[in-house]
Design a protein around this ligand. Sequence first.
Ligand SMILES: [Zn+2]
Length: 220
Amino acid sequence: MVKAPDNIVFFGPPGVGKGVQASGLSARRGLVHFSMGDALRGEIAEGTELGSQIEEALARGEFASDEAVLAVLEKHLDRHGPVTGLVLDGFPRTLVQADKLEQLLRERGGEISRVLLLDAESEVLLERLTGRLLCVECTRTFHKVFRPPERSGVCDECGGELSRRKDDSEEIQLERLDTYRHLTKPLEGFYRDRGVLEIIDGSGSIEDVAGLIDRSLGGN
Ligand SMILES: [Zn+2]
């Protein structure tokens, strides 16, 4: 019997490269990448009540509330049906979310098989966080150092103008790192108790970190 693809959770501080790694892993193994950040931005773009609550929280340098992100997650799970082969990134961030995620997956016949904690020093994270650029037209992201556009300030994809993400100032990022440590650290213990936690050094290049992830997951 073919084993159902695993559901994998990526977590770690902002700027550690969860998004890039989750998307790379999904592509390598034919899994479905679910980015909570993208889902939240999508909700904001749709202009829903939920979206405006989320937008206000992010503008204050906070994370979206448990209720808000869980509502967004449930929308997605219901829209996409099968809950195997998901790579979750940017979620869960709190114990409340982790508990609820377990429950939502169980109700749909799924479970979390592996949790990868990507970690790096604060200085590394700040350098990465403050260099992100966002296309105002198509929302594609670039990075001054790690993924520069071909022409400075112009989106490779659509020619749109690139701007620094609204929430990327250093002060706001420091606050987000503090909030992350405060809220997310307990998740480490939660998943370690379940025997699914792996800690990955996220400070190397994208390729190096991808190699560490593949080695940790084993198989294909
Ligand atoms: Zn663009």
